[in-house]
Design a protein around this ligand. Sequence first.
Ligand SMILES: Cc1cc2nc3c(=O)[nH]c(=O)nc-3n(C[C@H](O)[C@H](O)[C@H](O)COP(=O)(O)O)c2cc1C
Length: 308
Amino acid sequence: MSNILAAAVGAVALENPLMNASGTFGSGKEYADFIDLRELGAVVGKSVTPRPTRGNPPPRLVETAAGMLNAIGLQNEGVDYFLRELLPELRARARVVVANVAGQSEDDYAEVTRRLSAASEKIDALEINISCPNVKCGGMAFGTDASAAAQLTARLRAETALPLWVKLSPNVTDLAAIARAVEQAGADALVVANTFLGMAIDIEKRRPILANVTGGLSGAAIHPLALRCVWQVAGAVKCPVIGCGGVTGIREVIGFLLAGATAVQVGMRHFSEPAVIRRLTGELRAWCEAHQTTVRDLVGGARNSIKN
Ligand SMILES: Cc1cc2nc3c(=O)[nH]c(=O)nc-3n(C[C@H](O)[C@H](O)[C@H](O)COP(=O)(O)O)c2cc1C
């Protein structure tokens, strides 16, 4: 029998549409005690910069009523370490490996993209994080300006033959315009989206809790916002869209698919439920069987209900 969960992001075939969101799954191997990484459609690495990055000073996390604010600031050990210590293990354990690229300048992104592409036999796609809200230079600055986003995408397109997924920032007025600009500049897929800019105040100390003052909001609270973003982007571009934001159950997964996403990322739910993708995979299979449908047939299904 054919696989009812089979999905694809352009040329990248997936056994199931579920993957982790960058930075919420350690480097991947920390979670291998909880879930066989082959159960994920793909494993997405944490953002990698050219050199080791310490990130922001603490406090960097705040729990909110239905989510979490983080201002980690792209802490990572740098591209050399990723290539040497993390990638071989991911390649050995995961079906599909996606490396996530970040930086503070176009040159940073180009350097990491070039270095990762030299190991292209171990990597199935690159995800470009132009949307981190927690760094002073780079990050979201690229993702909130259509021409800067397009210019960066075109530069990286010239650096790599690997599938190029660009992770957009939702902190913009006209997301569809940025999505179109990035697609035209050569992106193979769009990840929609990163965290929403927020903040929290300690009322006793009468000051912001995060040392960075602002942080990115993730978790259940953002799902309706992320779903709206996926709907808008999927209606604006022809390339595949990957939904990300606030997934805790299959209701959100199927919602993203029906809005037009071909695959779905699960982020901070991993902190409370490390094997969440195992549960969601089982529930999605059961739901598809009960409704006599497949993941591929669900993609964009809610769009047909709207005339215009
Ligand atoms: C603690 C934390 C660290 C994150 N680190 C990264 C990162 O390194 N690169 C990136 O592209 N996104 C990063 N993100 C954003 C997530 O990949 C995802 O876009 C966001 O959390 C929304 O999904 P969720 O609501 O399912 O968590 C991070 C999110 C959290 C909560």
